[in-house]
Design a protein around this ligand. Sequence first.
Ligand code: NAD
Length: 495
Amino acid sequence: MEQEYGLFIDGKWTAPPGANRFRTINPATREPVGSFVAGTTGDVDRAIGAAAKAFPAWKETPAPKRGEILLEAARVMKQRKAELGRLVTREMGKVIGEGLGDVQESIDFIEYMSGEGRRLFGETVPSELRSKFCLTVLQPKGVVACITPWNFPTAIPNWKIAAALITGNTVVFKPASNTAACGAEVVKVYEAAGVPPGVLNLVTGSGAVVGNAMVVDPRVRAVSFTGGTDAGRDVYVRGAQGLKMVHLELGGKNPVLLMEDADLPLALEGVLFGAFGTSGQRCTATSRLIVHEKVHESFLKMLTDRLDRFSVGDPLDPKTGMGPVASADQEKKILGYIEIGRKEATLRYGGAKLTGGAYDQGFFLQPTIFETKHGTRISKEEIFGPVLSVIRVGSYEEAVRVANDVEYGLSSSIYTKDVNRAFRAIRELEAGITYVNAPTIGAEVQLPFGGVKNTGNGGREAGSAAIGEFTEIKTVFVDFSAKLQKAQIDSESAA
Ligand code: NAD
């Protein structure tokens, strides 16, 4: 059944009369999920106005009190976990265990951030002068824009919204258009938790209209964006005109390095989950398996044998291994890369759209494996689907060279029993995240998350790093000497 949503501005759900609408569909069945207002620049203007109006009071609300509201949001989310997990699966297509995991990650992060309301630590620092006290305090930036993709349709919005709110900012939020119901339901959770009017506002619609209007508005002091590298670069450039802080979490081409001494059965389960979990549409998905020649053939055989017992189908069925990809656009793009792969590499598994019966209703692809040399397009470009490029190497050194020779640097992994080599990999892999003897996926909310090179611009989400994303540091000097003291000139060290 299709549910109709409006915009959420200044604490009210509104649907401007005569507004254009768009809908989301279930990628497994093409059944409608939700209908949404295609927001205009006028809608964004009203949402930013409401956020700007709400800012002074929210900023002055004691942070522990803001934390209590967040804790209540986590409680509401927990109460609604089963229903929201199902919605994630219905709107985005990830299997139900992962749909529930998406919501659990939201709960974990909101709870974690609620505790930050009693921390938000500054520093005390000694002065070079007598009777002078120096400290720093964290202050909110103001109105911030949160723009999110569809692949973690509740978790990524919450990573941004909870961190922005606990630090005292007010928010304008634009979710990805094909998971707009998940985005709207996240907002309803905060509404039910008692977030005051104007503190969190939702405008649905396109990136070109709604997203862009948020990025260029001078009242928006920071933009937190997760999405593709091209869109992120565009957002960065536009945000730079207003000299605003733009936080980017972008694409990946994440490698698993499989060494000749690895525990192969352990690696098998890790590679399977890393490459085909969420139909390969996690930003941290394993898209390259860089494997030592001594175990190359035997591991490929284990992997393809295991895939024969891997089920693709109804994502709401708990026994299903992989659901559909998220949309017709995703399917087209991935099939395009599979065609490229057929020309430049050797297909070892899958490589086709699944058809017949229930498959005909949705966007179902086979898990696909190519054997390729490093340097082909499929080995270097982000595909964002269930397509794994397997690259044979002769040594650890070659594996690291290949792993690092891509434009991205989000996640990485090494399977080895050699502790020295594991520590070398931690040092040498150019990535924001390195796993040892675990797949490239599996972030935990209390640790920083982000990437290097074209995966971002240096910031980190989650963990305590999330606080830095949404705060300004105010440096404070308190001189209680009752006389003018001049730093550098009157300092005793200058004598
Ligand atoms: P996308 O870039 O198409 O869209 C992301 C969001 O940005 C959407 O809400 C979209 O409407 C909006 N948008 C697009 N163009 C815009 C513009 N010019 N101005 C303002 N907003 C704009 O990405 P997607 O297809 O939704 O998501 C897939 C991509 O996201 C992949 O590249 C994936 O790697 C990346 N991703 C990265 C991370 C990470 O943390 N590094 C996490 C998840 C997804």
